[in-house]
Design a protein around this ligand. Structure first.
Ligand code: NCD
Ligand code: ZN
Length: 427
């Protein structure tokens, strides 16, 4: 055994004092007492599985002034995430085998943590799905237009879901209906106008279309960043193969919250009402929501601080997601058990990787947390290139240590590995 780690570990659904044995990057044993070449005793601190983020935009290639795979993955590591899945709305978009291969190779040289790469499924690459599926971690469909994308024509939705279904890859969908967005478009001067332009109705229509188009298709379909009560109600009783995710901004922010800036909080789908926020948060506890995903969508502060009409949508979040929710779990807003399902075990299961649980045979990916060790989020202490956070000043608990495949990536809040440690988790 190369390494043993001792503490109050989350194993089999509860916290127990135990030792975790690691051999060749995998968890090889879990016992009350174990001996290894190197022993790390964390005493009463908690050992949790590391988080898995199924939704990041690391902007690499093409927009690396906002973020790149090195800075994005470092931010993720500090936030207790051991594996991210990168979205295809880069420049160029990840539509072809060539772009996909280039991205995998480049990310492999830069990433601090493990990663997967999605392809886009668009009206233009319908015939390439089978070939792309051999390499990518899943497909993304944008039903509504958003940052650096054109929407997918919903007339072809059933066809593409069938084609992707044959490949056994997960498909992730941005669920806002384009005709509905066009119909409701108003001139936008603030967040309230942005909400009027992208009403809950558009999310509801898109989700109904997805449910209808996927009838009889049993492959995995994931609805990204659910944002409205209407969307939530439409998904109640959803088929087992359909999952959905929510993001920290939609769970924690609303228009009634007196947000300190308008443009910084411009995001698609929009920040909605307190009622939407509370409905989503309640459903985290035992409802239809399966995972929390960051939708880390960085733009620089200067890019965001422009006239509302032209401000780009999206905000960073990969580093603050797990820490914000660890603090909320400490305050009993939701249980740690539930949080671990939402952030670790279920994302790993949806994407099909041997991570997300402290269990023999899985990757030795975990974080060490002291629930007494909370701080206020300060942008200057974060690692994203974009340099700001929508959660400035919010209380959070950052992990002191982060292990990925048995390697200490973060030790006492300091990074220990170079870029390039991260591995492509495969197709
Ligand atoms: C995302 C981005 O900037 O890439 N923006 C956003 O507002 N969420 C794209 C997306 O996921 O819609
Ligand atoms: Zn989206």
């Amino acid at each position: 055994m190369d390494l043993t780690v001792e503490g109050k570990a989350f194993v089999n659904g509860s916290f127990n004092d135990c030792c975790i044995g690691i051999t060749d990057g995998k968890i090889s044993d879990i016992k009350k007492i174990l001996k290894g070449d190197e022993h790390n005793d964390f005493g009463n601190k908690l050992i949790l599985p590391a988080g898995i983020d199924l939704h990041v935009h690391f902007r690499d290639p093409g927009m690396t002034h906002k973020e790149d795979f090195s800075t994005g993955s470092m931010a993720a590591a500090f936030g207790g995430i051991s594996c991210v899945f990168d979205m295809p709305n880069t420049i160029p978009q990840t539509t072809t085998l060539q772009n996909l291969n280039d991205k995998i190779i480049s990310a492999g040289k830069k990433s601090h943590i493990d990663f997967g790469i999605y392809s886009i499924a668009s009206d233009n690459n319908i015939n390439d799905i089978e070939a792309l599926a051999k390499k990518c971690s899943g497909f993304k469909i944008f039903l509504g237009t958003t940052t650096n994308t054109i929407h997918f024509n919903k007339k072809n939705l059933r066809e593409i879901l069938k084609d992707i279904g044959k490949t056994n890859k997960i498909v992730l969908i941005h669920a806002e209906d384009e005709p509905c967005l066009i119909k409701n478009k108003v001139k936008e001067n603030n967040l309230s106008d942005h909400l009027h332009s992208r009403p809950a109705k558009c999310e509801e229509i898109a989700i109904k279309d997805i449910l209808a188009a996927s009838k009889g298709i049993n492959s995995k379909i994931h609805i990204c960043h659910l944002s409205s009560c209407e969307g939530l109600e439409t998904l109640r009783g959803k088929p087992y193969n359909i999952s959905c995710g929510v993001t920290p901004p939609h769970l924690l922010l609303s228009l009634e919250d007196n947000l300190p800036s308008q443009t910084l909080y411009k995001v698609n789908p929009p920040i909605r009402t307190r009622f939407d926020k509370e409905s989503l948060f309640n459903s985290l506890k035992n409802g239809v929501v399966d995972i929390i995903e960051s939708d880390h969508a960085p733009h620089t502060f200067d890019e965001k601080c422009v006239d509302f009409t032209v401000a780009p949508t999206g905000m960073p979040g990969v580093e603050t997601m797990f820490p914000l929710f660890l603090y909320l779990a400490k305050k009993e807003a939701l249980s740690l058990q539930r949080l671990i399902l939402l952030m670790c075990a279920t994302p790993a299961e949806l994407i099909g990787i041997p991570k997300g649980k402290i269990e023999v045979g899985r990757d030795a990916d975990f974080i060490v947390v002291d629930l007494k060790d909370h701080c206020r989020i300060k942008s200057e202490n974060l690692h994203s290139k974009c340099g700001w956070s929508p959660f400035e000043g919010w209380p959070a608990i950052f992990p002191s240590h982060v292990f990925v495949r048995g390697e200490k990536l973060i030790e006492d809040h300091e990074i220990q590995v170079n870029q390039g440690y991260g591995r492509f988790v495969g197709a």
